[in-house]
Design a protein. Structure first.
Length: 285
């Protein structure tokens, strides 16, 4: 029998959805907009809802047909449908596709990567809400241009890497996305005009501290267990550490320790290495 590889991405998604559902009552996976809010886990739902309100201000006032690209668990699509919009969701994860069908049953769900998506329909809005970073620059905007109805627009709301960002082997840096310079060059090379652009980096940055705090709670619990095992079960602790060493290389162990026991995922680091933009784009041709 062929050995099945563990799907750690699916495990992470499933755990993340369960945590967010328990913490906020919703399955939103996106950043919060923290302007005017105290940065506590108790305000996470309000911050995420504030983000959605701000994002929806870029939409037309009349009902339209929206392509929600990388639609998460369908919470955004659910709100769009409630406003009278017709929504198609493109999402590659089977787990997320199932949650989209459950949370937004009126939407049409396409379980595939955006690069494989094809449609005879034309859309008034192509929406990237924290999904733009996962699609190659030469695929995302050019493909959307061919899918827009006359007068249609593209909305991009996502993180981009600043020039200060560099890759480190042993350490992970908070945030993600395409490099902002490469994105600007891609925009300049296409028949697209920027209708509006807002930098919301500072208002979104506290979200990473909420996430980091949750991981630190887990790290603290594991540390306490390790301390107790060192006293009560030293041989078992030695064997456990040996197994961890065999199963994880030095880089993975370093990054796991960073996530569980450090506070490097903070707003200052996020602001240094990321630029979070909300943009509305329109074809010029």
């Amino acid at each position: 029998m062929e050995k099945r590889k563990m799907n750690t991405q699916a495990i992470g998604l499933d755990a993340g959805l369960k945590l967010m559902k328990w913490l906020t009552g919703l399955e939103n996976l996106h950043y919060g907009y923290w302007e005017g809010l105290e940065v506590t886990a108790g305000n996470l739902r309000e911050a995420q809802e504030a983000y959605t309100v701000k994002l929806f201000k870029l939409l037309p006032s009349k009902p339209c047909r929206i392509l929600d690209i990388g639609g998460g668990a369908g919470e955004t699509a659910k709100k769009l449908v409630a406003l009278g919009h017709t929504v198609d969701i493109v999402v590659p994860s089977p787990l997320l596709a199932d949650r989209c069908r459950a949370n937004a049953p009126e939407a049409t769900v396409h379980e595939m990567v955006f690069e494989d998506f094809e449609s005879d329909e034309k859309f008034d809005i192509c929406l990237f809400s924290e999904s733009f970073q996962y699609i190659p620059l030469d695929e995302s905007l050019p493909k959307c241009l061919g899918m827009l109805a006359p007068g249609g627009e593209i909305i991009v709301s996502d993180c981009f890497r600043t020039p200060e960002y560099s890759v480190e082997k042993m350490r992970a840096k908070v945030g993600g996305g395409h490099r902002i310079g490469a994105y600007r060059e891609a925009l300049a090379s296409m028949p697209i005009e920027v209708v509006s652009e807002e930098d919301i980096t500072v208002a979104c940055a506290p979200s990473v501290e909420i996430e980091q705090g949750m991981f630190n709670v887990v790290g603290y619990a594991l540390g306490r267990i390790d301390d107790e095992m060192a006293i009560a079960k030293p041989k078992s602790r030695w064997a456990l550490h040996k197994l961890i060493g065999l199963g994880m290389n030095e880089r993975k162990r370093s990054r796991l320790n960073q996530r569980l026991n450090e506070q490097t995922r903070n707003r200052d680091e996020f602001i240094k290495y990321n630029q979070y933009l909300m943009m509305k784009l329109r074809p010029t041709g």
